[in-house]
Design a protein around this ligand. Sequence first.
Ligand SMILES: CC(C)(COP(=O)(O)OP(=O)(O)OC[C@H]1O[C@@H](n2cnc3c(N)ncnc32)[C@H](O)[C@@H]1OP(=O)(O)O)[C@@H](O)C(=O)NCCC(=O)NCCS
Length: 153
Amino acid sequence: MNSTLQSTVEIRPMQTSDLDRIIRIEREIFLFPWSVANFADSIKAGYVCQVLQQTNILMGYGIMMMSPEEAHVLTLGIAANWQSRGFGKKLLQYLIDYAKSAHAKSVFLDVRESNDGAAQLYKKMGFRHIATRKGYYPAMCGREDALVMQLML
Ligand SMILES: CC(C)(COP(=O)(O)OP(=O)(O)OC[C@H]1O[C@@H](n2cnc3c(N)ncnc32)[C@H](O)[C@@H]1OP(=O)(O)O)[C@@H](O)C(=O)NCCC(=O)NCCS
């Protein structure tokens, strides 16, 4: 990411007024997208819901659920035309730092077995594959396994 772009990017709390833009990105990047209600419920539940934006362009979002010793990243998405520029890494690092500052001992997430791009990012950030949930996700042909990944903090 070039330094000008880097310096103008901000990560801030998600608001319900962001949901129209988020859902457009969500439908573009996920075959089985979350609904508006899924995002609204996450905000209402007090999960760590953040968006990444540059000036007025919302480029991505991430949601993490905190429990006393663990954090769970529930979703992470970067708009298709902003991918592969380091923004996913930046947003994930933000969530990891948040979990650390809240004294979580580890961060967990699930990723589709076929999602090599996301799995590469998680491995680069230090996550390790610790378990597999058989048939966890809906898929075009039946079901797909989830890889459970953990980062020790
Ligand atoms: C997965 C996702 C969040 C990554 O965000 P991104 O901004 O595109 O990724 P970054 O540019 O920050 O990549 C960081 C690192 O991850 C790895 N990576 C990211 N996408 C990759 C891909 N498609 N293939 C291989 N490696 C990839 C790279 O190694 C990269 O490291 P590098 O900068 O040293 O090359 C984004 O591509 C996305 O929203 N994808 C669709 C939705 C999705 O799959 N979300 C995750 C659900 S679990």
